[in-house]
Ligand binder design. Structure first.
Ligand SMILES: NC(=O)c1ccc[n+]([C@@H]2O[C@H](COP(=O)([O-])OP(=O)(O)OC[C@H]3O[C@@H](n4cnc5c(N)ncnc54)[C@H](O)[C@@H]3O)[C@@H](O)[C@H]2O)c1
Length: 331
């Protein structure tokens, strides 16, 4: 299948394009207003357009992946839906709830839409979901996540000059919390097989001199009463432990380390609540969450069963937006 990419920046170039190829697709075209991005595409043998409309009008792709800054997700999704092209859009759905609602309206005519919550596709997280559904830890009690990194005002993914829109509240929709926490919120719903019902957030702007939050603590509860807790941050040095996911159940604890993120691998174990001993849980350590996600989206576009759902993602965005607005008013 021929993919088009709107926004050929860091995540598209370094993670999604290789994942598309690894899952059997082709990166046929990109659309990006930046001449530098278009030159990089050209050098990789990819057709480069300066607008999404031009790329779609040329019939250059069967699927669209949107990886523009958060406030620029809506227009390409609208254009793809109007052209009848299935669209996978990066998280968060958008920078604001209003934009997310407009996006839901745009795809309500039946166009296939997925939010790129890649973490739900990580093989370790799929294995965790199976272990929970199979009763291996008994009734789940709590999901606990640490997902943190270092993003200072001059942050760049590769050391080269970079437009750090992540520190701009209008373009990003917030700071560390809108960027990082939705991964864990979506993943929690996937692991538990049920939506979150309550959420509250406490923010900090502690280390970095920019107008968005650089850390946050989230607490919540699922529909059936499982607790959710997550610490996300832009102010955690990257040599420190910063990617950890645990699910506590009445009969054991599932522990995943270094699985949250864009790359393959990490570790997964079940600690027995009777003996305290760890037993590793096997998973495919070679396939990245991006590769598994690209494969899942292509299967969905071919008409196979899938669990991409705008209705679910919008419900989560509404829950998140309410808590985030409350938290920002106290910052
Ligand atoms: N799932 C993940 O793990 C993950 C990781 C990183 C980023 N992301 C998401 O991906 C998106 C992009 O992040 P990034 O770090 O790659 O940003 P980036 O700044 O590196 O790249 C964004 C690209 O979009 C281009 N662009 C801007 N406006 C555009 C428009 N209207 N049409 C087409 N292209 C446009 C820019 O020129 C740039 O090349 C964000 O939504 C971010 O939240 C997700």
């Amino acid at each position: 299948m021929r993919w088009g990419i709107a926004g050929y920046g860091w995540v598209a170039r370094d993670y999604m394009a290789p994942a598309i190829r690894a899952s059997g697709g082709t990166v046929a075209a990109i659309a990006d207003p930046s001449p530098t991005s278009r030159m990089q595409a050209d050098a990789a043998g990819i057709a480069a357009f300066d607008s999404v409309e031009a790329m779609l009008n040329a019939g250059a792709c069967d699927l669209l992946y949107v990886a523009t800054p958060n406030d620029a997700h809506l227009a390409p999704v609208r254009a793809a839906a109007a052209a009848g092209v299935p669209v996978l859009c990066e998280k968060p759905i958008a920078a604001t709830l209003d934009q997310a609602e407009a996006m839901a309206e745009a795809v309500s005519g039946g166009a296939l839409y997925g939010t790129a919550f890649d973490q739900r596709h990580h093989p370790a997280h799929r294995a965790m979901a199976e272990a929970i559904a199979g009763g291996e830890i008994g009734r789940p009690v709590a999901v606990r996540i640490v997902y943190a990194c270092w993003v200072d005002p001059a942050w760049s993914p590769n050391g080269a000059a970079h437009d750090n829109w992540r520190a701009d509240p209008a373009r990003a929709g917030g700071g560390a919390v809108i960027d990082l926490a939705l991964h864990g919120l979506d993943l929690s719903e996937r692991l538990l097989g049920e939506p979150l019902a309550d959420l509250s957030i406490t923010l900090q702007r502690r280390i970095h001199a920019y107008p968005v939050d650089d850390g946050g603590m989230l607490t919540g509860r699922s529909a059936s009463g499982v607790l959710f807790q997550s610490h996300v941050a832009y102010n955690c040095a990257e040599v420190l432990p910063r990617r950890r996911l645990e699910v506590l159940g009445e009969r054991g604890l599932l522990i995943a380390t270094d699985t949250m993120g864009q790359t393959a691998g990490g570790t997964l174990a079940r600690r027995c609540a009777t003996t305290g001993h760890d037993a590793p849980i096997a998973f495919d350590g070679e396939t990245s969450p991006f590769t598994a996600q690209a494969a899942a989206f292509m299967a969905a576009a071919r008409g196979e069963a899938h669990d991409f759902s705008m209705a679910r993602d919008l419900a989560l965005m509404r829950l998140f937006d309410r808590a985030y607005r409350d938290a920002r008013s106290c910052l």
